[in-house]
Design a protein around this ligand. Structure first.
Ligand SMILES: O=C(O)CCC(=O)C(=O)O
Ligand SMILES: [Fe+2]
Length: 375
């Protein structure tokens, strides 16, 4: 059997086991409903080629992006201007990091609330069920807040590559925020101004092969808390989205060189609900490991969140202005509370079922003895 203390281990070793450790097993209603490689092309793939120009092409691209944000809160971008070689280097470097022996990765163990580094499943403490993933994460913007002691020092080019990657992704993120601002009928800089100073955090997700992928998730269902997320995924597949509250799911078709753009909660709030916050999860499989790199473009912690525009006759989707830090804390606390309540309800139901069974058995027994008396 797999060891019980998983957090201090690397998940890669558990991937060799025949069965999934029970800490990773999800309730039936949370398990994958669609295969990792049953791809859908419902999510539009949009070229940003003409985005620098004024007029026709830019307006058309803008229209497509706004439509995708209203429908799914997800789209993919190609011709985005991020250097192809850099993307390859980032992917290679990340794979090399996860290939390191567990003790090397654990030199950057981020358990206990450390800001950045390596961990199995999630940086959140008190999760009820674990995600089938390893992550390495670093906080890249604002530059003054960087703590390089939490950035891996292996492979050798990790820091140079990740710095360059963060910079180019910040540029792409800002370009997209301009388009979204215009799409909301606002000045180009409206969303970036609302962020006060743009924060950026990069989470590299590694999902090892999984012996029983139908029982677990690589990353449980969620919406991203920030403004937008730029996700680079390999060609394996595993990112899934729903827009009917989890009844039906699609697996996003991987597109070579593309970034998947997910709108987060802040995008939803600032647009007063016009843009969807992408409801998504990641599934795993027994054939291939998978790598994805999520770059979160977030408002500064003290940025105030409130719709930038409320149309006549509409109500604000936000009760009162709230800072991003407060919103984040509330979201994470609620999430953990909900999972704990669900677990308790399940245990209570189980207890009730056992009690019921015991009662029925007792009745049967007493009936039998009555029959015996009568005979
Ligand atoms: O790996 C994926 O496809 C999804 C990753 C993701 O949603 C996240 O890191 O927030
Ligand atoms: Fe996400």
């Amino acid at each position: 059997m797999a060891p019980l203390i998983i957090c201090k281990k690397s998940l890669t070793s558990l991937a060799e086991e025949k069965y999934v450790n029970k800490k990773f097993i999800r309730d039936e209603d949370e398990r994958p409903k669609v295969a990792y490689n049953e791809f859908s092309d419902d999510i539009p793939v949009i070229s940003l080629a003409g985005i620098g120009e004024c007029g026709g092409e830019r307006a058309e691209t803008c229209r497509k992006i706004v439509a995708a944000c209203e429908e799914w809160g997800i789209f993919q971008v190609v011709d985005h201007g991020v250097d192809t070689e850099l993307v390859k280097d980032m992917t290679r470097s990340a794979r090399e990091f996860f290939d390191l022996p567990a003790e090397e990765k654990l030199r950057f163990d981020m358990s206990g609330g450390k800001k950045g580094g390596f961990i199995v499943s999630s940086h959140l403490q008190g999760e009820v069920v674990k995600d089938w993933r390893e992550i390495v994460t670093y906080f890249s913007y604002p530059i003054k807040a960087r703590d390089y002691s939490r950035w891996p020092d292996k492979p050798e080019d990790w820091r140079a590559v990740t710095e360059a990657y963060s910079e180019q992704l910040m540029e792409l993120g800002c370009k997209l925020l301009e388009i979204l601002s215009e799409g909301m009928g606002l000045e180009k800089d409206a969303l970036s101004k609302a962020c006060v100073e743009m924060d950026q955090k990069v989470v590299v997700n590694f999902y090892p092969k999984c012996p029983q992928p139908n029982l677990t998730l690589g990353l449980k269902r969620h919406t991203d808390p920030g403004l937008i997320t730029l996700l680079l995924q390999d060609q394996v597949g595993g990112l899934q989205a729903t827009r009917d509250g989890g009844k039906t799911w699609i697996t996003v078709q991987p597109v070579e060189g593309a970034f998947v753009v997910n709108l987060g909660d802040c995008g939803h709030y600032l647009s007063n609900g016009r843009f969807k916050n992408a409801d998504h999860q990641a599934v795993v499989n027994s054939n291939y490991s998978r790598l994805s790199i999520a770059t979160f473009q977030n408002p500064a912690p003290d940025a105030i969140l409130y719709p930038l525009k409320i149309e006549e006759g509409e109500k604000s989707v936000v009760n009162e202005p709230i800072t991003f830090a407060e919103m984040y804390k509330k979201k994470m606390t609620n999430d953990l509370e909900l999972s704990k309540l669900k677990k308790m309800a399940k245990e209570n139901k189980l207890q009730e079922e056992i009690l019921q069974k015991v009662k029925v058995e007792a009745q049967v027994k007493s009936c039998k003895s009555l029959e015996e008396i009568l005979a």
